[in-house]
Write a protein that binds this ligand. Sequence first.
Ligand code: AMP
Length: 209
Amino acid sequence: MNYILLGPPGAGKGTQAKKIVERFSVVHLSTGEMFREAKRSERIISELLTSGQLVPDALVIDMVKKYFVKDYMKKGFLLDGFPRTVRQAEKLNVILKSESIKIDAVFFIDICFEEAIKRIAGRRVCSCGASYHITALPPKEVGKCDVCGGRLVQRNDDREDTVRDRLSVYEKQTKPLVEYYSKAGLLIDIDGLKDESNVFEQISRKIKI
Ligand code: AMP
């Protein structure tokens, strides 16, 4: 099984990806995670992420293509945050074709912009990977991670003005992928406004193993 998660920032792609990987044991490829890691050492990536802009396609493809070699992805994968432009999707097709790999479906988790802003601006994360929301999913102790006791912080790109920029980047550069994958007969609409477990059920029902 090979799947793609598509949707605006705040749709819950990261949260759902964790659940899917746990239940179906597939390889999780999150370009956002990779770039957050890379931004520690690369200033240009740090600036792009902080301003909510996309990393250039060529750089993304270069980073991602090495994962598609030989057996690594063969037990199935979930792409989260990639592709993010039609150009990336076209490049991905070329890579997949050369490795004789097919995408089974693209889950489009949709939410409205108001909800995205509400969700992202309240998100707090810990360096251990745990994620909270100040009202919807607060930690037991304010500012402290339930899992490891670490300090919770707001991601730079989660500040409200940056979120608005990210949403407008999404609308212009990523939303065209909805039509792209719909035309390819791969798109499955998921109602992202429902709660986390309902969204997971909607997705799980469509996953074929
Ligand atoms: P995410 O965690 O998926 O929201 O990604 C965080 C940031 O990483 C995005 O706002 C972009 O700056 C960058 N990024 C992640 N994936 C991609 C991609 N496929 N193409 C371009 N930029 C990306």
